[in-house]
Every structure is written in C-alpha cells, then in structure tokens.
Write a protein that binds this ligand. Structure first.
Ligand SMILES: CC(C)(COP(=O)(O)OP(=O)(O)OC[C@H]1O[C@@H](n2cnc3c(N)ncnc32)[C@H](O)[C@@H]1OP(=O)(O)O)[C@@H](O)C(=O)NCCC(=O)NCCS
Length: 299
C-alpha cells in the first residue's frame, strides 16, 4: 500500500459518471462565477492540475442591475434547500458575507432548455439566458491561502430522480476551489448531513470542531482540508484512498451522529491538543448518514 497511488479520473471518465456534463460540451450548461470585478481571481485554475473544467465560465457582475434576477434565483434555490434545515441565508448575509468579500460559483443551464421538473421548483425567467442549478459561496479568511466554504447547494436536493444530475453539488464545489486556486478550505456542516460525504473528498478532512454550540446547530462539525485533486477522483471511482491509509491510523474515538456526547468527547480532545483528527473519505462514502464514524490520526 505504501508508495502506491490511486488513479485519476479523466474528463472523459467523469462524463460517464456525470452524464449531464455532455450538455457542457454543447454549451447548454456552463460553469458560472458571480463575482464583483474588484474580486476577480488572478490566473484562474493555475494551481490545481485538473482537466475537468475546460469550458469558459459565464462571468456575471453582481453589482450590475441586469444581473439581479440571477441573484434572486440563487437565493431562491438556497432558501428552498436550506429552509427545512432552519438555515435559509438572509439576503443581507448573502451580500455582506458572500458577494462582497468572496464569490459565488456553480453551474447554470440555458433557461430555454430547463426540464419541466426543474421549472416546477426553481424560479426562472424566460427573458434571461441562464438559470443557476447550483451555488457554492466562498469567503477568503485571514489565514493566507485559506477560504471558508460558506454555502453549497444543488438543485438535485429539490427534484425527483429523473431530473437529478449526478455529481452536481460535488463538481460545483470542485469548480470553485479549482477556479480560485484555493490551497486550504474550511467549512461547517452538521454530523449526518449528506454534504459531509462530499466535503471529505476535496483533500483529507481534519476535524477542527466536533461540537459547536457557538453555531445555531451545536452538532455542527468545522472541517479543514488541504485541497488535493487526487482525492477528488475517489468521489467518482469509489476506490479506497491509499494515501489516507498510509498516512493515518484509526483511534479509539468514534463520532455517532445520533449521540452528542461522542461529539463533545472528541471536541474536548481537540481542545486539549491531542489532535489533529481526521475522517476517512472511504468510510464516509460507504456508511449510512446515521452510522458512527471512526476518527483517525496521523501515524
Ligand atoms: C448536499 C448537496 C449539496 C449535495 O449535492 P448533490 O448534487 O445532491 O450531490 P452529488 O450528486 O454531488 O453527490 C452525490 C453523492 O452525495 C451523497 N448524497 C447526496 N444526497 C444524499 C442523501 N440524501 N443521502 C445520502 N447521500 C447523499 C452520496 O454520497 C452521493 O453519491 P453516491 O450515490 O455515489 O453514494 C445537496 O443535496 C443540497 O443542496 N442539499 C441541501 C443544502 C445542504 O444541506 N447543503 C450542504 C451544506 S454544508
């Protein structure tokens, strides 16, 4: 196992898993960046070697009034998806904490091509060329090279099986990380949220807090990953992560998403400096959302 590497998933292979990407070849779907001009990324995509995003993104200036409807649609998607979790983003937070300091990225579809199943749940305007299908909001942090993944959302969570686009949420975050040359990505989610399966596949996921009562949901986990495209491929290939297995060993700690005490116990160890602690991408991919997760440490 030592020294062996997992193979990378090429764009051609990716398109077999995420077949909707064929629509990107024909220009019906495109990645987008919704970013004020002063925040433009220098040399987008130059840091991480990845051939997954060869299409020029749609570049929208959020300050241009002609693009207001796009913001309304992003907010509509976000509020509909996060409403049931009691975390819809207030409009001023979207602007003050997302658009102003950072940027929004994702995929959009030509409005004229939206399937009926999406039109039923998604605000859309036939006079606008593009409708967003996903959003990933990123905010730069005070640590050089570190960004906060503030929000991730995909239309898949709102539509039936036949309208889902496999990998849309994952590829929206991957595109944002790639485009903005993100070295380190921090974020927050809740134990048991399907998003944790995605977040563990952008680089080995360190648990920064395992119990977070300062957040509105105390069972939130704060994570940090050093972005590594080698791990991205495993999301689609479902292979075991050979690098992870050679770098980390399991500990006697587990976090049970149904038991807050297990979160508090791990958190006390983090605060006492007994970490760092990590979660395995393969365990997360394999396990049900409600199953306890093994906690790992560097060997
Ligand atoms: C979480 C979210 C972004 C995932 O995006 P998505 O486009 O649905 O997911 P993707 O197609 O990229 O990935 C599919 C994988 O995600 C996981 N997944 C997604 N939804 C899941 C669910 N309801 N239950 C279990 N696993 C799920 C699975 O691992 C699946 O892969 P697999 O079927 O091969 O095992 C999306 O469901 C969403 O917008 N949810 C509401 C908002 C939210 O909670 N965001 C997370 C904030 S941290």
């Amino acid at each position: 196992m030592f020294g062996k590497k997992n193979s990378k998933v090429s764009l051609e292979k990716l398109k077999q898993k995420a077949q909707w990407l064929e629509l990107a070849e024909t220009g019906i779907i495109k990645p987008y960046v919704y970013l004020r001009p002063e925040n433009q990324i220098k040399r987008p995509g130059h840091l991480h070697k990845c051939d997954w995003f060869p299409w020029a993104p749609i570049n929208l200036n959020p300050l241009d009034l002609d693009n207001l409807e796009f913001a309304e649609q992003i907010l509509h998607l976000e509020n509909t998806a996060f409403g049931p979790q009691a975390m819809p983003i207030p409009r001023w937070v979207f602007y003050d904490c997302g658009v102003l300091p950072g940027f929004v990225a994702g995929f959009a579809m030509k409005t004229s091509h939206l399937p009926e199943g999406i039109k039923k749940v998604m605000r859309h305007d036939p006079s606008k060329e593009w409708t967003p299908l996903s959003l990933f909001i990123m905010i730069p942090s005070m640590m050089p090279g570190e960004w906060i993944a503030h929000n991730l959302c995909a239309i898949n969570s709102l539509v039936g099986e036949s309208d889902r686009m496999y990998g849309l949420g994952f590829l929206s975050k991957a595109f944002g990380l790639w485009y903005a040359n993100v070295v380190t990505c921090c974020g927050v989610t809740q134990w048991g949220n399907p998003a944790l399966k995605l977040h563990a596949h952008f680089g080995h996921l360190q648990v920064v807090t395992s119990f977070t009562p300062v957040h509105s949901h105390a069972h939130s986990v704060t994570y940090r990953s050093q972005v590594d495209t080698a791990v991205w491929s495993l999301f689609f290939s479902k292979e075991k992560d050979l690098q992870f297995l050679s770098k980390y060993k399991d500990t006697s700690n587990v976090v049970d998403p149904k038991n807050n005490q297990t979160m508090i116990d791990l958190h006390q160890k983090i605060i006492a400096g007994q970490g760092p602690f990590f979660l395995s991408p393969f365990d997360l991919a394999e396990k049900k959302l409600t199953e306890p997760l093994i906690v790992y440490q560097p060997i």
